[in-house]
Design a protein around this ligand. Structure first.
Ligand SMILES: N[C@@H](CCC(=O)N[C@@H](CS)C(=O)NCC(=O)O)C(=O)O
Length: 203
């Protein structure tokens, strides 16, 4: 297996680096920043037509979109049993997709901090605040009385949603009214692979 992960840890690539650590994968890391001119070269656009990171190439197979990459890696490289990031049960698998798509649709647009979208963020902030409250309310209700979103153990569904609510984004939010969300986020980011990834790539 030869896996290359393109993207600076200061971008959404951090989610993929976290997933790779959970899965104990070996990889080559090419830390391209979001504004690196290399992203718009014909060579890179052949790998990711959107010219963005994260992007991976796994044994010649190229994939982009951070949350899709994590689903792919978890499905392909997950071990079985309690350590499996990707559930074998089809209902739990569907819940992993559901929460991933939910995070992409209902959270990511409002909590993202992309430098390229700063103007858009300012313009939509009043609406964003309401949308974030609604989404956090949904998540808080779902997490009442359970530790993880899709299964009895941590899955790539938790990883994907928690990474959309990364610490650098969560510090802009008031999570006090959403105790179940903040407890769950802490459980996610206290995981050894999350701590090790942040430690390895911070600074
Ligand atoms: N939805 C995509 C977003 C990718 C994205 O916008 N990446 C940023 C860095 S976090 C980027 O490379 N931007 C450069 C550009 O769009 O020109 C994902 O989740 O991977």
């Amino acid at each position: 297996m030869t896996l290359t992960i393109y993207g600076s840890p200061r971008s959404r690539t951090m989610r993929v680096l976290w997933a790779a650590a959970e899965l104990k994968l070996e990889y080559e890391h090419v830390p391209l920043a979001f504004d690196d001119a290399a992203l718009k070269t014909p060579d890179f656009l052949r790998v990711n037509p959107a010219g963005a990171v994260p992007t991976i190439v796994d044994d010649g197979f190229a994939l982009s979109e951070s949350l899709a990459i994590n689903l792919y890696l978890a499905k392909k490289y997950s071990s079985v049993g309690a350590e499996a990031l990707y559930p074998s049960d089809s209902g739990e698998e569907a819940d992993v997709w559901r929460w991933t798509l939910w995070a992409q649709g209902h959270l990511e647009p409002w909590v993202q901090q992309d430098a390229l979208l700063a103007e858009l963020r300012r313009a939509t902030w009043p609406h964003a605040q309401e949308a974030i409250k609604t989404a956090l309310g949904v998540l808080d209700r779902v997490l009442t009385g359970k530790n993880w979103l899709a299964s009895r153990s941590f899955t790539v569904g938790d990883l994907n949603v928690a990474s959309v609510l990364s610490p650098s984004r969560a510090r802009h939010l008031n999570l006090v009214p959403y105790r179940h969300v903040s407890d769950w986020l802490k459980r996610c980011y206290d995981r050894p692979a999350a701590v090790a990834t942040r430690h390895r790539f911070s600074g």
